[in-house]
Write a protein that binds this ligand. Structure first.
Ligand SMILES: Cc1ncc(COP(=O)(O)O)c(C=O)c1O
Length: 442
């Protein structure tokens, strides 16, 4: 297998971090925005997950970031996958993940996607309505069904309950009965408390509902209910060094709530517990580097209505690219200077490269003066950014440069679907031009 240099994971010896790597890239003449991905962050998150919630198997939510190297890394570590479409199932199975490690976790599926799922052996899928049950009855009567209920966190970055999940009290029991009447097998219950959930106790409430539905399911003839899917919603990024501690405490709290609810409601049952984390694995592993290519000095009113000098910085990635997360994922992003400029922080805003007035990345910030040609750093940019980004107005979607510390790569190098071909030594010289030509033509 020939893998392009840029699509390989660079094995790093000695001290390094995303900024030091980016410095080398920029010195090499880079002008377009790019990500530095730290594979070690994904490995650390996986290990932490296993420690905090040993009973819960993570099924990575591919929608969050379908970067092949991330998906391969997680597959090598042994996670399962939550796929929402035919294309996501195709991606995950194409790297050798067995269908048993996939849940088709979209309660409103297209007929052709169900047929595809059936053809490739992905049997486990969610539903939350009568029509979906009828569709599955017709297209894939042997499916292993998971009823998705609604149980919302009191606050979440992206609430999902408005769209998916049936009411656990008024609707789910009726759907369980209907499935039984149709001769369909329901094997479990799932929920999603909302992405970036800010309430931890919600997992307790949701698991309690699930327990009641396991009992009701058994009553109506689903005597093989054995899957509890606790969805996603776990926090992702660190934001800044000060918040790292806070985030670690939040993870610990969430895991305590989940572990104790499992102990309370599912101790007596042999139930397989899975989760569908997305941003937990993806967010912090990706750091985005963007260049300031223009700036404009203006006068504007400050928060108290007084006139102040203000600088508008224009960077080469915006809300049509990576920063779509500002619009769709309600993300607040923080710009940092890649190199200290020595000046005093002053009022500024950061804008994307497109012609659209909506293309504002940070509306109000205070940064030391940044010269044109300097670079800004945005951390925690791995979740719900790349898969949605478009090259609108001709501005390219950033490329990803993946790295791993030398101390970690031996643990991954022989774990399929990763192999020696997916790695290269930091000092390695680029492969000959012919390799690029061959890949480009494929
Ligand atoms: C069904 C489902 N599972 C999992 C996820 C991932 O959620 P998160 O990134 O909050 O972990 C999502 C996100 O939208 C989802 O819709």
């Amino acid at each position: 297998m020939i893998v392009e240099e840029e699509k390989r994971i660079r094995v790093m010896e000695g001290e390094w971090d995303p900024v030091s790597v980016a410095r080398d890239v920029i010195e090499g003449g880079q002008e377009d925005p790019f990500y530095v991905m730290d594979v070690g962050e994904v490995v650390a998150r996986y290990r932490q997950w296993k420690e905090l919630m040993p009973r819960v198997e993570p099924f990575y939510a591919v929608k969050c970031n379908d970067d092949k190297l991330l998906v391969r890394t997680l597959a090598a570590l042994g996670t399962g996958f939550d796929c929402a479409s035919k294309a996501e199932i195709e991606l995950v199975t194409s790297i050798g993940v067995k269908p048993e490690r996939i849940i088709f976790a979209n309660p409103a599926k297209m007929a052709s996607h169900i047929k595809y799922s059936s053809n490739v052996g992905v049997d486990t899928m969610t539903f939350d309505s009568e029509t979906e049950l009828m569709k599955i009855k017709q297209l894939m009567p042997h499916a292993k069904l998971v009823v998705r209920i609604r149980c919302d966190a009191t606050e979440a970055q992206c609430p999902l309950g408005i769209k998916f999940g049936c009411d656990p009290v008024t609707e789910a029991p009726r759907l369980l009965k209907l499935a039984a009447v149709l001769g369909l097998q329901v094997i479990g219950v799932s929920f999603h408390v909302g992405s970036g959930a800010l309430e931890t106790a919600v997992y307790h409430r949701a698991i309690q509902y699930c327990r009641a539905l396991f009992a009701m399911g058994a009553d109506v003839g689903h005597d093989n209910m054995r899957l509890l899917d606790i969805g996603g919603g776990f926090p992702g990024g660190y934001i800044c060094a000060f918040v790292i501690l806070v985030i670690v405490i939040v993870w610990w709290q969430v895991s305590q709530v989940i572990n104790s609810a499992l102990e309370t409601y599912f101790n007596d049952m042999r139930v397989r517990v899975i989760a569908e984390p997305g941003r937990y694995f993806a967010a912090a592993a990706y750091t985005l580097f963007t260049m300031v290519h223009a700036k404009r000095e203006i006068t504007q009113k400050d928060v108290e209505g007084l006139e102040e000098a203000h600088t508008m910085y224009f960077i080469n990635d915006g809300v049509y690219g990576s920063f779509n997360c500002v619009l769709y994922d309600h993300q607040e992003v923080t710009a940092e200077l890649m190199e200290e400029s020595g000046g005093k922080p002053a009022s500024c805003s950061v804008w994307g490269p497109s012609c659209d007035g909506l293309d504002c990345v940070v509306g109000r910030a205070r940064l030391p003066p940044v010269a044109v040609g300097r670079w800004l750093v945005f951390r925690d940019m791995g979740a719900y950014t790349l898969p949605v980004a478009s090259p609108f107005n001709g501005f390219p979607v950033p490329t990803v440069r993946a790295h791993i510390d030398a101390s970690l790569w031996s643990a991954l190098v022989d774990s399929l679907p990763l192999s020696e071909a997916n790695f290269c030594r930091a000092s390695a010289t680029p492969p000959p031009a012919a390799v690029y030509v061959e890949c480009a033509l494929k």
